[in-house]
Design a protein around this ligand. Structure first.
Ligand SMILES: Nc1ncnc2c1ncn2[C@@H]1O[C@H](COP(=O)(O)OP(=O)(O)OP(=O)(O)O)[C@@H](O)[C@H]1O
Length: 629
């Protein structure tokens, strides 16, 4: 998003009703598996009782565990691979058990097998011969059974593979007569028809241009057969230009006829669909999207994502794999995952909606450059990333952040955004937070006056480069640090939580730092420096590191950058000894003496954990009275 470079943006958290395929934990992680499903709706909890994986079972048909047995709808002996087994279907599951204990079904553990009804893709009468399913190739299924052969029906269901991948497994049961076969098919289809969360009709947009330009083949060979087996009808539109899907959704598409929209493409294609769908919903509801004050109306249609792009980030993030068959099966069974959406405004006009990533500066430049190198395929991101990195650009901006105060939220919890600000979506389907210019605002703005300065070329004497002046009002005032016996009391460490500032005194300069001009200047304490005494720099990032680079102090964490933090600039500046390069600094326990500076600094958790992606990177420089650094 290169245009984000020069915007004064407001971010609104918006929980739409769009539902996309949900990630599934790996079956090896039984704890995560259970917790994940227990947090879902009744249908999923029911599935849990049947499909909870047993450790060491590997990927096979889910085994029936502890379960409350619902009444049987149909039960009869049938034949599977020439062996007799007892088959039973209830409102919850289809089970089959080998008639003798010694009977083993090839590829399956011996004994009872169970497929939850909600994971049955479809059932069809079939010719009486075994057919093998392969991902991407669909077995030939006859609509009218060949009466010269034994009557049989085939049940397709979700099979679990490795790395969150699903495959369409199937089992063919042979019956003694056709009436039994019809009865079985009818009963299972009735149960499937009771699953109201499954889509019946879909609008599919295929991008033939994205990724390796295989969108059309991926849909025809891998996705369409799954949809057809699940009796889903699809209207397919192959896009002819960029923004074709967005414009069609916005203006022409008869959305009432569909249960969902499917995009076959990468993240750009998904973004088109999101923009088209959200815009259409707001237009139909008479909501002005350009106004950041407006509460957005959630979309009623679900979005399915079939990966056919270069990176497929959003598919990974929601489904857990970039596999077209897995995505198609998630769509078929009606899985959903509500997502938060950001809207970015500038000068009372909507710029973009964003779901997975909002890039500024470096990201924007990488994306802009990589678009010119599509011929390189997915490797263009690596190339452009390296190229942009080597150009050593600096990006100026001011970030006010949303301090996280509560527990971790979920788009599904229908709670307000964690920032605790106002806003509610009409209809109660979701929540909108209308963050205004207040303490809880996340804001990104360029340097308020003048153009973004260009970093001068490196100088051989390693003297610091002059840095731009940024004054950004509106930063929350720092709370006074509590003291105990003259020492500041540090709040207990809680990962992810915002931290109040504590005074920190810079340590004495290290020995043997050399006598370069920059170092000599840093080592000198200047009591005559301007600024209020006792600066408290407050920031939400809890993992800060203070280091010296080009004779300037840099506070940095894990992501983003902020130069000339206003709290630093407006505060008590000094040039007391700065720590060495990349050396983490802990807070010291004395308020800063006049002429020195105070900074919040936390040791970066090197081994213990990863920093929250919400953290902001601060890069602060300190000016001497005469403007030198
Ligand atoms: N028929 C088309 N011709 C040209 N461009 C198209 C067409 N259809 C869609 N587009 C545009 O192509 C862009 C890239 O598509 P897409 O995101 O699907 O692939 P990708 O960029 O290779 O994958 P990723 O975004 O995952 O890296 C989208 O922004 C979309 O607007």
């Amino acid at each position: 998003m290169s245009e984000g470079k020069n915007v004064d943006a407001l971010f609104l958290l918006y929980v739409p009703h769009n539902r996309v395929a949900s990630p599934r934990p790996h079956r090896d992680d039984a704890t995560t598996h259970i917790r994940f499903r227990a947090a879902r709706g009744d249908a999923h909890n029911r599935r849990l009782r049947y499909a909870a994986p047993r450790p060491g079972l590997g990927s096979g048909t889910p085994r029936c565990g502890r379960m409350e047995r619902p009444p049987r709808l149909l039960s009869s002996p049938l034949w599977l691979h020439g062996r007799r087994c007892d088959v039973c279907v209830s409102g919850a599951a289809l089970t089959w058990t080998a008639a003798t204990g010694r009977t083993r079904i090839p590829g399956r553990a011996a004994g009872s097998h169970c497929v939850p009804v909600c994971e049955i893709v479809g059932v069809q009468e079939a010719a009486g011969r075994s057919q093998k399913s392969e991902p991407g190739r669909w077995p030939r299924v006859l609509q009218k059974p060949d009466k010269s052969q034994q009557p049989a029906f085939t049940v397709s269901y979700v099979g679990r593979g490795r790395q969150h991948r699903w495959r369409c497994s199937e089992v063919t049961f042979h019956c003694a007569d056709w009436s039994t076969c019809h009865q079985w098919v009818q009963t299972i289809q009735e149960q499937l028809s009771l699953l109201t969360n499954r889509p019946k009709r879909l609008l599919v947009y295929v991008n033939p241009f994205g990724g390796k330009q295989r969108g059309r083949q991926i849909y025809e060979q891998k996705v369409a057969p799954v949809f057809s087996r699940a009796a889903i009808s699809a209207d397919v539109i192959v896009t002819e230009r960029a923004n074709h899907a967005r414009d069609h959704l916005k203006t022409e598409a008869e959305l009432k006829e569909y249960d969902g929209v499917v995009c076959v493409g990468g993240d750009g294609m998904f973004s088109e669909i999101v923009h088209g769908l959200i815009s259409r919903t707001q237009l139909d509801s008479g909501v002005d999207q350009d106004s950041p004050e407006e509460t957005l109306v959630p979309c009623s249609l679900r979005i399915g994502i079939i990966p056919a792009g270069s990176t497929d980030c959003i598919c990974y993030a929601t489904v857990g794999a970039n596999d077209p068959v897995t995505s198609a099966l998630h769509i078929v069974v009606g899985d959903c995952q509500p997502l938060d959406v950001c809207s970015v405004h500038h000068d009372d006009a909507l710029l973009r909606y964003s779901l997975s990533l909002l890039g500024y500066g470096f990201y924007g430049d990488v994306l802009t450059d990589s678009e010119k190198k599509r011929w390189m395929g997915p490797a263009r991101y690596d190339f452009s990333g390296l190229k942009t990195f080597l150009t050593h650009h600096q990006y100026e901006g001011t970030v006010s952040y949303l301090p996280a105060t509560g527990s971790v939220g979920s788009p599904r919890d229908r709670m307000k955004c964690r920032s605790g600000t106002k806003g509610r979506v009409a209809g109660g389907e979701g929540e909108v937070c209308g963050h205004k210019c207040c303490e809880h605002e996340l804001r990104l703005s360029p340097q308020p006056q003048g153009p973004v300065p260009v970093r001068p070329p490196l100088r051989r004497d390693h003297r610091p480069h002059p840095r731009p002046q940024v004054l950004a009002p509106g930063l929350p005032a720092a709370p006074a640090a509590s003291h105990q016996q003259g020492r500041p009391v540090r709040p207990p460490f809680r990962g992810g939580a915002p931290r109040a500032a504590l005074p920190l005194r810079a340590p004495a300069p290290r020995r043997g730092l050399g006598a370069g001009p920059a170092r000599r200047r840093e080592g000198a304490v200047r009591p005559d420096l301007p600024g209020p005494p006792g600066l408290r720099l407050r920031c939400a990032a809890q993992h800060l590191e203070l280091r010296r680079r080009d004779a300037a102090a840099h506070l940095h964490t894990s992501a983003g950058s902020l130069q000339d933090h206003p709290a630093v600039r407006e505060g008590h500046r000094g040039a007391a000894g700065l720590p060495g390069p990349r050396r983490p600094l802990r807070g010291v326990d004395q308020p800063p003496p006049p002429g020195s500076f105070s900074l919040v600094a936390r040791r970066r958790p090197a081994r213990t954990g990863t920093a929250s992606p919400a953290l902001v990177r601060f890069s602060a420089s300190f000016l001497a009275k005469d403007g030198r650094r």
